[in-house]
Ligand binder design. Structure first.
Ligand SMILES: CC(=O)N[C@@H]([C@@H](O)[C@H](O)[C@H](O)CO)[C@@H](O)CC(=O)C(=O)O
Length: 320
């Protein structure tokens, strides 16, 4: 059975795939991006080629090269690099899983196939098992994101007996707001050393209360430092401070959600906060509008979420 160096916990940034203005992958900034996550945001785990990374909009060969670049540039800097290898084609998914093992990734994750969909738990497990078997030495995570895949099989149901079928199963990345389902996943698997990684950044504190052992999300790219403060407060049982941090993060996410928020907007915000150009998204996604960027920038400033002093001004909203 696969055993990771240590359990995946804490914050995991769902990495963006940087692109040039012509829509090609901009590999040249990935080294700088690793340093930014570690040094400025205190985030040492990454989830590559997922939703935020536009993994399903990249070719298999691009996905392989992106994974390689993150593993290479993250060596001796990052704790864990998990590669999302989910695809509609089982063969492609297996190829990506094998490749992740070859390059020395720390784990693989897979979403449910979302075009010809599995119609029940056993059918889904069968697919996942075939992928996991292609990388038998790597920890395997199921990436549950029903709003995007349309596969509504409850995670609680899926986890029931999963290690009998997938011995390398190590945890769940849960990108859904159903805290009953999430809580039951934790409750029914207390004897097992699974990682329970929550994926709805604006609700992370509630998931911590339910037993989340970590979190994977897009906002940890640029709000990692702030979210780490919340995790520390929670760890120290300072729930009032933890709640203040969560409310503060919610104010930002709530603001951008109302403007229309997704991968394109994440790319624009990350460019703004980190100064590293993330470029446009790949079609069918479209660049974030100038209006969105200006509004998001003003909100980031007012919440004191901009780390760079030259982007700050004095009008902060109280976040304590
Ligand atoms: C639907 C979606 O993109 N959800 C994000 C969240 O981090 C999300 O951006 C955040 O909670 C704001 O709503 C992550 O769960 C996605 C993720 O981890 C990934 O990119 O693989």
């Amino acid at each position: 059975m696969a055993s990771p160096k240590k359990k995946l916990q804490g914050l995991v940034a769902a990495t963006i795939t940087p692109m040039t203005e012509h829509g090609e992958i901009n590999f040249s900034v990935i080294g700088q991006y690793v340093d930014y996550l570690v040094e400025e945001q205190g985030v040492k785990n990454i989830f590559v080629n997922g939703t935020t990374g536009e993994g399903l909009s990249l070719s298999v060969s691009e996905r392989r090269r992106v994974a390689e670049e993150w593993v290479t540039k993250g060596r001796n800097k990052l704790d864990q690099v998990v590669i999302h290898v989910g695809a509609l084609s089982l063969k492609e998914s297996q190829e990506l899983a094998r490749h992740a093992a070859e390059i020395g990734a720390d784990g693989i994750a897979v979403i449910a196939p979302f075009f010809l969909k599995p119609w029940n738990k056993d059918v889904l497990i069968n697919f996942l098992k075939e992928v996991a078997a292609a990388a038998p030495a790597l920890p395997f995570y199921y990436y549950h994101i029903p709003a995007l895949t349309g596969v509504k099989i409850r995670a609680e149901e899926l986890l029931d007996g999963i290690q009998d079928k997938i011995p390398t199963f190590q945890g769940l990345k849960f990108s859904d707001t159903d805290l009953l389902d999430f809580g039951q996943c934790v409750d029914q698997n207390r004897q097992r050393q699974f990682a329970f990684l929550f994926g709805v950044d604006e609700q992370l504190l509630s998931a911590l209360v339910m037993g989340a052992t970590g979190a994977v999300g897009s906002t940890y790219n640029y709000l990692g430092k702030k979210t780490n403060q919340m995790l520390e407060a929670f760890e120290q049982k300072d729930f009032s401070s933890a709640l203040n941090h969560q409310f503060c993060i919610q104010r930002f996410i709530n603001f951008v959600l109302k403007l229309g928020f997704g991968v394109s907007q994440t790319k624009a915000i990350m460019t703004l906060v980190s100064g590293i150009p993330m470029g446009p998204p790949r079609p069918p996604l479209q660049k974030a509008s100038r209006e969105f960027i200006d509004n998001a920038k003003a909100k980031l400033k007012s919440l004191d979420f901009l780390l760079s002093t030259d982007l700050k001004d004095g009008n902060f909203e109280s976040c304590s």
